[in-house]
Design a protein around this ligand. Structure first.
Ligand code: AMP
Length: 357
């Protein structure tokens, strides 16, 4: 059993958060609402979470000594991103309960491990995939999976980064040049009808609570809108999410992304062992929001209500979209969430709005 595996936090205790971005910022606010203190660990001091947290430690993510010193001040440690190095997770877990645990990181950091876990251990459908370490592997895999197919780096891919779509045989060598020499997977292209996700939480006692199905639309590979509750929600996606959480003996909130086919079948695309952009709508839906839900789970508290009282469409504010804040602020039924990032960059998530429908 991990250190402090059954520890329950009380008001006044400290939740450590690895990462200082917008997700950590919203987690910090939720922690403070529950009377808990957030201690942020981030490589930079001017990160979005810094201004709303009790304490900030600045250090590199792979500096185990510095992470150890940080974790010693915490009653539990969590994270806002899945690429926490194994050495860091191990250091933190040696002195405080790490929730979710290190296994969730191992599984979600590497697309090959993740897809193998989902297919072989959980028994859910994923797109056909092949392990690729050379252009020879790639040529062979293209023959097996067919085209179109998507070549993706096994690690550090997000928002479409580190992936190339291959449409014809003539593009195979060129696609390899884009990602080589990084280990990759080739994934069969899924002709989905829509993309949906489920945000689900599992408490320290093993109780699972999943929010309704959310329908997601991407623009330029970045999430544009999330609408909830989505149509035709028969609970299947939530049962799949619950199975994944149970398999990992998970504590906290997880985002599970799916491709949905025309006949309704669900194919798991990926899992994120953290609060998720497609769950931001929960902040204004009249239920417990995903940030509070995560903190409740991490603190060992009972999970909150997941049934929304109203429908919500979340729209991300990317880059200069945020400059329309005055107009957005004047819209009735629109809730604005800005992340306090000083520099606007193209493709940078600057905030989001939740519109009640
Ligand atoms: P990912 O980073 O794997 O979530 O991919 C980003 C986006 O690319 C997804 O949300 C899909 O819109 C698209 N995509 C990724 N993999 C596939 C696939 N195998 N088939 C069809 N579309 C895909």
């Amino acid at each position: 059993m991990e250190r402090g595996a059954q520890t329950i936090l009380k008001p006044g205790d400290t939740v450590g958060i690895l990462g200082g971005g917008q997700l950590a910022r919203m987690l910090s606010v939720a922690a403070s609402r529950l009377g808990l203190n957030a201690h942020i660990y981030s490589p930079t001091s001017d990160c979005p979470a810094a201004s709303v947290s009790e304490r900030l430690s600045v250090g590199a993510y792979d500096d185990a000594k510095s992470v150890l010193a940080f974790a010693k001040t915490c009653d539990a440690v969590t994270y806002e991103f899945e690429n926490v190095p194994a050495v860091t997770a191990k250091a933190a877990a040696s002195v405080a309960p790490l929730r979710p645990g290190a296994r969730a990181l191992d599984v979600s950091q590497d697309r090959l491990v993740e897809k193998s876990f989902l297919r072989a251990q959980v028994g859910v459908d994923v797109a056909g995939f092949e392990d690729i370490t050379s252009v020879h592997d790639l040529r062979r895999a293209v023959k097996r999976l067919g085209l179109p197919a998507v070549l993706k780096t096994r690690r550090f891919g997000y928002d479409g980064k580190g992936q190339v779509i291959i449409k014809t045989e003539s593009e195979v060598d060129q696609a390899w040049e884009v990602v080589a020499p990084l280990p990759c997977i080739l994934e069969a292209f899924v002709p989905f009808e829509r993309e949906v996700s489920v945000v689900a939480a599992r408490g320290l006692d093993g109780q699972v609570a999943a929010y309704p199905l959310t329908e997601n639309v991407h623009r330029n590979h970045i999430l544009h809108t999330s609408s909830a509750p989505a149509s035709n929600d028969n609970g299947t996606a939530q049962s799949i999410a619950a199975r994944i959480l149970d398999h990992l003996d998970y504590v906290g909130v997880m985002g599970v992304e799916f491709f949905q086919m025309a006949d309704g079948a669900l194919i798991v695309n990926e899992i994120a062992p953290r609060v998720h952009n497609s769950g931001h709508w929960t902040q204004n839906a009249g239920c417990t929001d995903q940030f509070e839900q995560h903190i409740r789970a991490v603190a060992g508290w009972p999970l909150g209500e997941v049934t929304p009282k109203q429908g919500v469409v979340m729209t991300n504010l990317i880059g200069t979209d945020v400059e329309t804040w005055q107009t957005l602020a004047a819209e009735p039924g629109t809730h604005i969430h800005l992340y306090g990032k000083r520099e606007i960059r193209a493709d940078r998530k600057m905030g989001h709005v939740n519109r009640i429908i």
